[in-house]
Design a binder for this molecule. Structure first.
Ligand code: HEM
Length: 511
């Protein structure tokens, strides 16, 4: 076995040197970067938390770096201006994603929206989700669903009693149920009221496992000759996890077909009813494509939003003056007689600054999602080879001291009039803070994500005072990040809520 592996790697290495993607033979140089090791290249440089290691490397080699991971060319953007070169000036060329084991084993072999190659099928899937889920009209039509689910969360917290609550877990149930009602016409878990629910715990752990696996730099993706060996066991774990997700999604789709189409007004009914010539949307979707789309929404759309709110509350607990100022704004605009609604959000200026500042310091996907160069091109005088993977270190960009004063400080005021970035938003226009990415493949669910994150944060801050469990003081709160494609807290936030509104405000009208 050892001899076989040895010769496979050596052969692959020499074939690679022979047919290497033009970088070294090109007139322009490749961007600078750390010297790669033989065969594995710069994989060892990535360390346990790649966005941290890549940020440190960028300080040494500059905001546009070239790495060789195994046999793959990888370029890393670590400043706002370099990111805008890739995602604005050269966006069309970087609108596909590189092949990877996650797309193959977890996302139904690229049949989903997140990993679909840029082209007609991606356009069709993106259009379907834009029209039925994310358009202004679709979002407004379903705003009562989000408000009801956030109301159920507040009701559960108001009756939490003396036991501490795991805030991230409850927020996750809230986002999954809100999305579940929109996507498949029903809640997926329990009553959403804050009691423990084994199925919900299991689902969250599946999503987190998916993000952890998808975040692993899998050797087989970068050294194809070694793919079959699955050295880190990643592909094996992905296949097992895929079976669990598939069973979960198949049950939902079959149940929906059985319970009679036309009864529900939800996205799954619409997807099942599309025909080949359906209203210009292009094609009938197969059951696999439908399951892949549901999988995207339930994974890309839940943990990202709920963990952002968990980070926001953790920051506010560490900054009591900012928390008090936000509560004051909420009391002024909403009063103490009812919960926040989505219609209040445009009137909550300080809340918006707090949300932006949370996204700046804790972007849910710190390395965004990878893109790929469809053709070779020139950026800032460097050669970017065809097929190179692009990583945008959005985490490093939004902590860049060249752009932000005291970048590690949580200071929402920087986004207010008179602050250093009064007109900057997080929607992909201002490259110094791009938590949702930018360009053609910007997050499809950005508007929904922003509304959910804002509504949940506002409701938690307005509805409750908070203390940390086990007598922990805010200064001692662990703010470490766990490893994965998404930015989880290493230690879940355990807290005690204390009601601050009139008792009737918490009486959620359960649908
Ligand atoms: C806090 C909330 C969220 C954040 C920070 C976030 C972040 C991101 C990022 C960085 C990307 C990659 C963009 C790029 O390549 O430039 C992405 C893609 C995507 N997101 Fe989100 N996301 C969030 C919420 C959601 C929600 C609520 C949904 C759906 C329910 C969603 C669905 C998607 C999909 C489908 C894609 C792939 C788009 C494509 O490839 O065309 N996301 N998201």
């Amino acid at each position: 076995m050892f001899v076989l592996i040895f010769f496979t790697v050596v052969l692959a290495f020499f074939l690679y040197r022979l047919f290497a993607p033009g970088g070294s033979r090109h007139a322009l140089p490749l961007p600078p970067g750390p010297k790669p090791w033989p065969v594995v290249g710069n994989l060892p440089h990535l360390g346990p938390v790649p966005h941290h290691s890549l940020a440190a490397l960028a300080r040494q080699y500059g905001p546009l770096m070239h790495l060789r991971l195994g046999f793959a060319d990888v370029v890393v953007a670590a400043s706002a201006s370099v990111a805008s070169q890739f995602l604005k000036t050269h966006d069309a060329n970087f609108s596909s994603r590189p092949p990877n084991s996650g797309a193959k084993h977890l996302a139904y072999n690229y049949q989903d929206l997140v990993f679909a190659p840029y082209g007609p099928r991606w356009r069709m899937l993106r259009k379907i989700s834009s029209v039925h889920l994310f358009s202004g009209k679709a979002l407004d039509d379903l705003k009562h669903v989000r408000q009801e689910e956030v109301g159920v969360l507040a009701h559960g917290l108001a009756s939490a009693g003396s036991k501490p609550v795991s805030l991230g877990q409850l927020l996750n149930v809230c986002t999954v149920n809100a999305l579940g009602r929109v996507m498949v016409g029903r809640r997926l878990f329990g009553d959403g009221g804050g009691r423990e629910d084994q199925k919900a715990d299991e689902f969250k752990s599946m999503v987190v496992e998916m993000m952890v696996l998808a975040g692993v730099f899998n050797i087989g993706d970068f050294i194809p000759a070694l793919e079959w060996l699955d050295l880190q066991g990643v592909a094996g774990k992905m296949k097992k996890l895929h079976k669990r997700f598939d069973a979960f999604l198949t049950a939902i789709v079959e149940d929906h077909k059985r319970s009679g189409e036309g009864k529900h007004v939800d996205m799954l009914t619409t997807l099942l009813s599309l025909t080949d010539d359906a209203d210009g949307e292009g094609a009938k979707l197969t059951d696999t494509e439908i399951k892949a789309l549901l999988l995207n929404m339930f994974t890309a759309g839940t943990d990202t939003s709920s963990s952002t709110v968990e980070w926001a509350i953790a920051e506010l607990l560490r900054h009591p003056k900012i928390l008090a100022q936000l509560q004051q704004e909420l009391d002024q605009v909403v009063g103490r007689d009812r919960l926040v609604t989505e219609s209040d959000l445009p009137n909550l200026t300080y809340l918006q600054a707090v949300i932006k500042e949370t996204f700046r310091l804790h972007p849910s996907t710190p390395l965004s999602l990878p893109r790929m160069a469809s053709e070779s091109c020139e950026i800032n005088g460097f050669h970017i080879p065809k097929g190179a993977t692009l990583l945008v270190n959005v985490w490093a960009i939004s902590r860049d001291p060249a752009q932000w004063s005291e970048p590690l400080e949580f200071r929402p005021e920087r986004f207010l009039p008179g602050g250093e970035k009064p007109n900057v938003d997080v929607k992909g226009n201002d490259f110094e803070v791009i938590p949702f990415g930018a360009g053609r493949r910007i997050c499809a669910g950005m508007t929904l994500g922003l509304r959910m994150v804002s509504l949940m944060t506002a409701t938690l801050v307005h509805g409750f005072d908070w203390t940390l469990a086990d007598g922990l003081t805010p200064e001692k709160l662990n703010m470490d990040e766990a490893y994965g494609l998404t930015l989880q807290r290493a230690a879940p936030l355990m807290v005690h809520p204390r009601n601050r509104l009139a008792p009737h405000a918490y009486n959620a009208s359960s649908p």
